[in-house]
Ligand binder design. Structure first.
Ligand code: IFM
Length: 439
């Protein structure tokens, strides 16, 4: 079993959550979001579940922060809901929303927990979705304005700020695959959303810097693309996947250009003048967050771009059906460092697994998660040994929560949540991590 002392002094351990997944969006004057609308449309979300109550963190946050402190975690990565702060996305501020985050941040500081804030973790206000959401170039300005309002209140106490969580999910998963809100499947919408999330990231970064706020980072998700065979077709398909998933955003942020394969595919769909936005997109950041879970086995598939499909892999899988592949984490930590972010501090901002955990006699036995984390911590340690400037690791997630289109069934938490009673029960993985962090 790993110990805190296996990692360098000052290495930070934390847990991650996101607003819509835990807070209970129905409380406290928050405005409607595109996730409420998406979930209310039959067929989009398992059992049409939404985030109206979620874990009721809005009321139970002191208990949840106690769990973070008592687990020995140094940091807490949480997000704020745009529609809780600005119910219409712009204009009128919901003071109750700002007060909530204010108390939450003070609660962290009182408990000795470093607050890492994500400004946007997917719940776009419906009023902005009405105007095209991420397809509309104006979203960059709307997002920067929201960032200013929120950070005007919290900025003096936030340890690190991430702009937008998982740019690929916000754009490709939601506008090409239609799996997440707004559930669009349209290549032109995708190209625009992919460009605009980057533009919004850069615009907000500049706005925050102008307010004197630093320690701003980008958080991307990465999936390892394994060709299904050595055939040139499968190798090309995997390279296309790697480009749209991993390289597009990293290349935009750190090289101020997009991969050739994607430019070729998207040229006629990208918004006019996209080439002129890279000085904003590439505004320097202070750190980079890496979210990593799995790999995909990619095979060529006849048909329009991207002409590929995922096929089932042979490795053991989590409750999500995702293969457990810690080598991918090492791969991306190395690759971010050598190909993109150089000596910038890296954080694993999300890693963890879903498991069908149940409470038995007041305990939750999840040896699978203990093993999953140990193997990924090993990958992280190896990266550090090789000189990758990895400074911290946030487990996804502190507690079971709303897993988006999959509702409440997939349990990623270190802490079990009974969604009928909302009772929290620390799982064995929480207790194992607690004793590792104390050692
Ligand atoms: O639950 C999500 C989170 O919101 C973003 N990253 C992946 C997690 C697991 O799917």
């Amino acid at each position: 079993m790993y110990k805190r002392s296996d990692f360098p002094d000052g290495f930070l351990f934390g847990a991650s959550t996101a607003a819509y997944q835990i807070e209970g969006h129905g409380f406290g004057g928050a405005g409607p979001t595109h996730w409420d609308d998406f979930a209310a449309t039959p067929g989009n979300v398992v059992r049409a579940e939404d985030g109206a109550v979620a874990c009721d963190h809005f009321h139970r946050w002191p208990e949840d922060l106690d769990l973070i402190r008592d687990g020995g975690f140094d940091g807490y990565r949480f997000s704020a809901s745009w529609a809780r702060v600005l119910p219409e996305g712009r204009g009128q501020v919901n003071q109750e929303g700002l007060d909530f985050y204010d108390k939450l941040v003070d609660g962290m500081l009182e408990r000795g927990i470093d607050p890492m804030l994500t400004l946007y973790h997917w719940e776009l206000p419906s009023a902005l979705a009405d105007q095209g959401g991420w397809r509309n170039r104006d979203v960059a300005k709307w997002f920067a304005d929201y960032a200013e309002v929120l950070m005007g209140r919290l900025g003096d106490r936030i340890w690190k700020t991430a702009t937008i969580n998982e740019l690929w999910c916000v754009s490709f998963l939601s506008h090409f695959m239609g799996v997440h809100a707004p559930g669009v499947r349209d290549i032109r919408a995708t190209a625009r959303a992919m460009h605009h999330v980057l533009l919004a990231h850069g615009t907000a970064t500049q706005a925050l810097r102008a307010m004197g706020i630093d320690q701003i980072g980008a958080v991307c998700n990465f999936t390892y693309a394994q060709p299904a065979s050595k055939s040139p077709e499968d190798v090309e398909a995997a390279a296309t996947f790697d480009d749209h998933y991993n390289n597009f955003f990293m290349s935009g942020l750190f090289h101020k250009k997009y991969p050739e394969r994607i430019v070729t595919a998207f040229e006629k769909y990208l918004p006019e003048g996209w080439q002129n936005d890279f000085d904003v997109i590439g505004t320097p950041v202070d750190w980079l967050g890496v979210n990593y879970y799995t790999r995909e086995i990619i095979a060529a598939d006849p048909g329009p771009w991207p002409a590929l499909k995922s096929v089932e892999g042979p490795l053991p899988k989590t409750q999500m059906g995702w293969e457990i592949y810690p080598e991918g984490l090492l791969h991306f930590l190395r690759r971010c460092h050598t190909d993109f972010s150089g000596d910038l501090p890296l954080y694993v901002t999300e890693n963890g697994m879903a498991n069908p955990d149940v409470v038995v006699d007041g305990a939750v036995h999840d040896p699978e998660r203990i093993d999953y984390l140990a193997r990924h911590f090993d990958a992280a340690k190896q990266a550090i040994v090789e000189g990758v400037p990895l400074k911290g690791y946030f487990v996804w997630s502190l507690m079971d929560n709303y897993e988006w289109a999959l509702g409440y069934e997939k349990r990623f938490g270190l802490v079990h949540v009974d969604f009928d009673t909302l009772k929290r029960t620390p799982k064995d993985s929480y207790l194992a991590l607690k004793s590792a962090l104390a050692s």
